[in-house]
Design a protein around this ligand. Sequence first.
Ligand code: HEC
Length: 108
Amino acid sequence: MYITRMRSLLLILLLTLSLQACDTDSDPSETPMDKLVPPVKKLDFDTEIKPIFQARCQPCHFQGGQVYDKMPFDKPETITRLGTKLFTRIKDEKERSVIREFLDQPAP
Ligand code: HEC
């Protein structure tokens, strides 16, 4: 008698356990949306912006240059601060559009 009761208890226990397992199994695994949407490509200051100024505005706006203290062009803050003022010296339309894009993107 005792054994039978134990057995049915065990059976119920097993049933509930397997039901729970079933529950989690049937749960459609959620795919987070942000995994499907590729991250927006951001312009990288060091590799895409700085080289423009390095090529054109040396030595004055770089380490050791006469206006480095006031306007260091190796710092993104200087570029965002000066903004379109830079276009008084940057006339190349391709370079301008890259810089414009950089100025438009939200601060990191
Ligand atoms: C021969 C040295 C020299 C070079 C090269 C140079 N600059 Fe300058 N720049 C200066 C000096 C000096 C000043 C500071 C003038 C002042 O104190 O107002 C200045 C100031 C500026 C200013 C702020 C003044 C303004 O016009 O409103 C900007 C913007 C600027 N430079 C951008 C550039 C850019 C962009 C380049 C490269 C395409 C460049 N500079 C290359 C020497 C230089």
